[in-house]
Design a protein around this ligand. Structure first.
Ligand code: GDP
Ligand code: MG
Length: 375
């Protein structure tokens, strides 16, 4: 569902939205210039500044990881692919998916405890199954689990038992999806009756530190380092900010009834504008420490910058010193369904209804997505 998502062009210098309708108004760029993909500045900033728009990212799946994956393929081993249900869109990463294609996969949708108790597990599973099918992954089983709550870990053990007769089991997934925690919980339910020890060593032909956990004389679980997602706030923000944005316990959804032209400022790092449509409820799923502030679209730029300047919100990151550091995206709903818009690594907003126009602001480099609702 990306066909009706459009990127709003903003000036990387002053943050205003670029437009070619009125030369007297802020953000003016001639129409033929605005059409180009490499235009990042309004005419005024273009004349007074010199900016470089560095958008280069390192790849998600590195050569080292590909070597590991090739080895898994050669051994015909099983993969436990761990994704984080709170950060589903960022942890279920297209590059990781591509690397895993053709392998036998048990998919663990981990951190279920973070979603509200009312969450329908079957619906979530169906949602994941649909995504898995679209990606063409060879997933044998989807398990909705929580390593911290020891929820459905027995199911994972059973599934692994059915498979590991075939060979080794590799835990793969994005940084912080919970691979190591899952294995720790697994081991609590599992006795090492072998004469082999748990070791950590550099995986052959790579620089990856991989932990080997023997589960029989011949079979081993491998805990691999997390794959860093380059378009997630978790990978871009400083440690203190990551601490605030990662939820520790069940999310308490916060619902705002909004009129068109109202705006919610998400800490000092993101923003959600309700551009157009009827009075609608928007539910925000973010860690408790993230302060949400209601504003009006007209005042939002100023409030946002002020809150950052006077440290009146939480979190504030070096990534965002003002609205000029946010990219904006806009989309319109065309069906009477429930939707989620998500910021990779940060959280998501759910709402329902046709004909709603919303604008999503994210720190530059952080991917956003929108989907039919997963919960
Ligand atoms: N709420 C919750 N947090 C979890 C769960 N599993 C892992 N975590 C947390 O997520 C973070 C990353 O976990 P870790 O196992 O190190 O992830 P890895 O990078 O995939 O090995 C840690 O802070 C864990 O406490 C879970 O099921 N629920
Ligand atoms: Mg780990």
């Amino acid at each position: 569902m990306t066909e009706n998502l459009k990127k709003i062009k903003k000036c990387y210098g002053c943050g205003v939205i670029l437009q070619s309708a009125n030369e007297e108004e802020v953000g003016y760029v001639p129409a033929n210039v605005l059409k180009r993909d490499d235009v990042f500045l309004c005419q005024r900033c273009f004349k007074t500044h010199h900016y470089s728009a560095d958008k280069l990212h390192s790849p998600v799946v590195t050569l080292d990881f590909m070597n590991l994956i090739n080895d898994i393929k050669a051994k015909n081993a099983v993969v436990v692919y761990v994704v984080d249900v709170f950060n589903f869109e960022s942890s279920f990463n297209p590059e990781i998916n591509k690397a895993l294609s053709g392998l036998d996969i048990i998919l663990v949708a981990n951190k279920f405890d973070l979603l509200p108790k009312s969450t329908n597990e079957t619906k979530l599973k169906d949602y994941v199954a649909d995504k898995v099918e679209r990606e063409g992954l060879n997933v044998k089983k989807i398990i909705v689990a929580s390593s911290t709550r020891n929820y459905n870990i027995d199911e994972l053990l059973e599934e692994m038992a059915a498979f590991h007769k075939k060979g080794d089991v590799y835990f793969i997934g994005a940084v912080s999806s919970g691979k190591s925690s899952l294995i720790k919980t697994l081991l609590r339910n599992f006795k090492n009756e072998t004469s082999r020890y748990i070791t950590t060593s550099i995986y052959p032909n790579t620089t990856l530190a991989v932990q080997e956990i023997p589960i029989s004389e011949t079979t081993t679980i491998y805990d691999t380092p997390g794959i860093a997602i380059n378009n997630s706030l978790l990978g871009l923000a400083e440690k203190e900010v990551v601490k605030v944005i990662v939820p520790r316990k069940e999310i308490k959804p916060r619902t705002y009834q909004l009129l068109a032209k109202q705006s919610i400022l998400i800490g000092g790092i993101a923003r959600f504008d309700y551009v157009d449509g009827p009075f609608t409820g928007f539910t925000f799923y973010f860690a408790e420490g993230i302060k949400l502030t209601r504003s009006h679209v007209k005042l939002a730029d100023k409030s946002f910058n002020n809150m950052i300047a006077h440290k009146k919100t939480q979190p504030i990151s070096y990534l965002v010193t003002g609205v000029q550091d946010l990219d904006a995206f806009e989309f319109t709903t065309y069906e009477d369904k429930k939707y989620d818009v998500s910021w990779n690594g940060l959280g998501f907003v759910s709402f329902k209804g046709n004909g709603r126009v919303v604008r999503i602001y994210a720190p530059r480099g952080v991917a956003i997505s929108y989907n039919e609702s997963k919960i």
